[in-house]
Design a binder for this molecule. Structure first.
Ligand SMILES: [Fe+2]
Ligand SMILES: [Fe+2]
Ligand SMILES: [Fe+2]
Length: 435
């Protein structure tokens, strides 16, 4: 049974989002910590405070599909656009809709929030709290002048920030030691697993699907990869007759196997042509990062090796650890086959996707070299059409999701600019239907 504390999962994800830029180090966790402290001061009920913290933990995720992330996430210029993009992206996951709404308003001014319909005001108020928490973290990183910070917050009260929130923020940042201890305190900040934070397999899978979308959203060349691998791995797992109880774990492992790629510079992921040795080293680090992030999440004891060891090879020539055949679990070998099969079938910057025959002949060679497991590849050979079809369908669905997301972001941004109400998000579900 796959069960975990939602906070641990979101925290793991926030860590990799912060990897995209050194200046971001811990930005999301720090903003979440500040927002939580403000929530306490304002006596928010526990559920609202949890939602606020969770939203703050991923508040800038919208810049990822916008390709705006390489230089600056903290100082991203088009605030409205990344807020809308984050909202639309997170709203695609049934389990994160309340948080998505908060993110939608995390750069909206208080004056604008006052014009919103009543039902939007509460999440928008929480969004305003994230807004101010974000401003505090940015200030601390760039200026660290507490008196100026208090002046800035007070000047924005009633126009940018809710007067009540601004009052609480002034109180918070004036507390002796609060700003000085921000890094340390936020590092140990954690939400204990109350009943509403414990999630089981289906919900874990929905979160993983959402995070996989973010991982894949960095580049059109990876836009369908995690979904393709997850569906293929789960199909091979079923063909291998492995126990049903771990099906969710293999699927989640597939969705998150490349989570460490968030720490690899985009230009390397998109490089046309072969990588230099040093570039290859940087790219291969992603498997280690995936392992570090996943194995840090209590409840992911299986998911971490099954997902992150997808570049280990039976002959010991894989990475990150160079494990040998008897050290690599069958589930990780399945993942390796699913990963290679998916990668070869996809278009890459330097080549178009290969045909089924071409894919199989390359993979046969990899079995001969002692890289991939021949028994696993035999499952593919016995079910060629179905295996490739499972992957193809998963990738087509992921592609449709991103096309739709792109259109929704463009439309929402245009409407926001002209002052019209942004449209409601259109959700593309796993089965391709809209909700
Ligand atoms: Fe932001
Ligand atoms: Fe931010
Ligand atoms: Fe990988």
């Amino acid at each position: 049974m796959l069960t975990l504390n939602m906070f641990d999962l979101v925290l793991g994800f926030a860590k990799v989002v912060d990897l995209v830029n050194a200046t971001l180090a811990n930005h999301h966790r720090r903003v979440a910590y500040i927002a939580g402290a403000l929530g306490d001061l304002l006596n928010l009920d526990r559920l609202s405070r949890n939602r606020l913290v969770m939203a703050a933990m991923v508040h800038d995720v919208g810049v990822i599909p916008l390709h705006a992330l390489t230089d600056s996430l903290v100082f991203e210029k088009d605030m409205e656009r990344h807020s809308l993009a984050g909202w639309l992206l997170l709203d695609s996951c049934q389990v994160f809709r309340d948080e998505a709404k908060i993110i939608r308003y995390h750069h909206s001014s208080w004056q604008r929030i006052l014009t919103l319909p009543e039902e939007e005001r509460f999440p928008a108020r929480l969004g305003n709290l994230v807004h101010l928490s974000d401003a505090i973290d940015v200030h601390v990183r760039t200026h660290f002048h507490p008196d100026n910070l208090v002046r800035e917050i007070s000047a924005g009260a009633g126009s940018i920030y809710s007067p009540e929130v601004a009052g609480a923020a002034v109180e918070l940042v004036s507390r002796p030691g609060f700003l000085n201890n921000l890094s340390e305190a936020s590092n140990s900040f954690w939400l204990p697993p109350g009943p509403e934070l414990i999630i089981h397999e289906d919900r874990v899978a929905l979160f993983a699907l959402l995070f996989a979308r973010v991982i894949d959203a960095r580049s059109p060349f990876t836009a369908t990869h995690s979904s393709g691998v997850a569906h293929s791995a789960r199909f091979l797992y079923e063909l291998a007759g492995l126990p049903d109880r771990n099906r969710p774990a293999i699927f989640v492992a597939g969705l998150l196997h490349d989570i460490g790629k968030m720490g690899v510079p985009l230009e390397l992921l998109e490089k046309q042509g072969p990588l230099e040795p040093d570039e290859f080293r940087q790219v291969s680090r992603h498997a280690l990062l995936s392992y570090e992030v996943l194995s840090d999440i209590p409840g992911f004891e299986k998911v971490a090796p099954w997902g992150a060891w997808h570049h280990e090879r039976l002959n010991g020539r894989g990475y990150p650890q160079g494990l040998k055949a008897d050290e690599i679990p069958l589930e990780s070998r399945l993942m390796a086959v699913a990963d290679v099969l998916t990668a070869l079938s996809e278009d890459r910057p330097y080549r178009a996707g290969l045909s089924n025959d071409q894919v199989l002949s390359i993979m046969d060679r990899m079995v001969d070299e002692g890289a991939l497991d021949g028994d696993v590849l035999a499952l593919v050979h016995d079910h060629i059409e179905e295996t490739f079809e499972v992957g193809r369908r998963a990738r087509a669905l992921a592609k449709r999701f991103f096309q739709r997301l792109g259109r929704d972001i463009a439309e929402a941004t245009a409407r926001a600019k002209t002052g019209l109400k942004a449209p409601e998000a259109v959700i593309v579900l796993e089965n391709g239907k809209k909700s």
